[in-house]
Ligand binder design. Structure first.
Ligand code: N2P
Length: 362
């Protein structure tokens, strides 16, 4: 190598080292949502240092994001939140010339996320799933009989059932934008309604079972279900399937099942996007492109039991994932799933106040 080039490279390395932060990529993703071997693999392949933090609430992510200066290069809001964050100017458009793997995206998922982010200008789909019922079969049938409605919203919204389950423990997600649609669906109302009258109906359902809910929390239920601390969780599909596996591995006699409610389940999409003030946009694109790789995406889904938006990954998925209709729903199940739209500023305020009342039992 000619000497001048060596000097140029050395000078660049010194500059990069002085800049320090520029060599880091900071990712803020949901908890229990990746195979951590992939984090090391990203660092080895790209030379970036990866700072990987986790959250379990769209509201927490949104507060950081909209305050600005979060310091994150990649964040992963659900699509309904992403849509209003795009409107608020929170993201920079993706530079698709830096995403050589973008052709791996699955058109079936892109067609659905198109509503939230037209043309995929700001985001790529990471994973998607449904919200439903995590059940400890033994404990629940012991209390409600062999005919326990383990695949119905009545399991968690009928106070008569919940009263009998209270002693073995029930967790609900601390996610009003998911619990309210579920309560409306239970009533046979439009799950996407946001007017005051509809919110009041949902509140009545949620308040009636509130005395029997041990905790509103969006990640603890994975281990709590697996080790028998609780017997029901209204939670996210892949999390409950991870819980099922943890119990099986512990060989503790606990059988966990996930069911999307027969009345219909929420189908959500978690999207990777780059904040407008990301310190390292180049590193952010490198991370997105790494995630868009078929093998990496398959490894992630095989580990966390969530479906993804990557068609090329499908032949690399294990049968336990691609063959499980709770993860990759068949056409009939897909028909029963519903999606939602963002709450606007006014309805969001009503929702937040209502959720505080529900949780505090006032
Ligand atoms: C992962 C939860 C992600 C699903 N633990 C919620 N969007």
């Amino acid at each position: 190598m000619p000497k001048t080039n060596t000097y140029a490279i050395l000078a660049a390395a010194v500059l990069a080292a002085q800049a320090g932060w520029a060599q880091e990529v900071r990712v803020y993703n949901w908890s229990d949502y990746i195979d951590e071997d992939l984090l090391t693999k990203f660092e080895e392949e790209t030379g970036f240092d990866l700072i990987y933090d986790v959250f379990d609430s769209n509201e927490v992510l949104e507060t950081k994001l909209l305050a600005g200066g979060s310091g994150y290069d990649v964040v992963v809001p659900s699509a309904t939140f992403l849509q209003r964050q795009i409107a608020a100017g929170a993201f920079q458009p993706l530079d698709k010339s830096q995403l050589s793997n973008i052709g791996n995206l699955w058109d079936v998922v892109s067609a659905r996320t198109e509503t939230y982010d037209p043309g995929g200008e700001y985001s790529i789909n990471y994973m998607w799933g449904t919200t439903g019922l995590g059940v400890n079969i033994g404990e629940v049938t012991a209390r409600l009989g062999e005919d326990a409605p383990i695949n119905s919203l009545s399991l968690v919204f009928d106070p008569a059932n919940m009263e009998k389950l209270a002693d073995c423990g029930v967790h609900f997600l601390d996610a009003p934008t998911e619990m309210v649609p579920a309560a409306l669906q239970y009533l046979g109302e439009d799950p996407d309604a946001k007017d005051d009258e509809s919110l009041a109906k949902a509140e009545a359902v949620l308040s009636a079972v509130r005395p029997y809910v041990q905790k509103y929390h969006s990640s603890e239920y994975i281990s709590a279900l697996a080790n028998g601390d609780i017997c029901v969780a209204f939670g996210w599909s892949g999390d409950i399937l991870q819980s099922r596996d943890r119990a099986a591995e512990a060989d503790n006699g606990i059988e966990i099942a996930y069911n999307a409610p027969v009345e219909g389940a929420l189908m959500w999409f978690d999207q990777m996007a780059i904040p407008v003030d990301a310190p390292n946009p180049e590193g952010a694109h490198a991370f997105l492109n790494f995630i868009l790789d078929a093998q990496n995406m398959a490894d992630a889904s095989n580990y966390v039991y969530y479906a993804n938006g990557n068609i090329a990954s499908q032949e690399l998925l294990v049968e336990d994932v691609i063959g499980d209709p709770a993860i990759y729903p068949d056409a009939a199940t897909l028909e029963t799933l519903y999606t939602t739209t963002p709450f606007d500023a006014r309805s969001q305020r009503s929702l937040t106040r209502m959720w505080t009342r529900v949780k505090s039992g006032t």
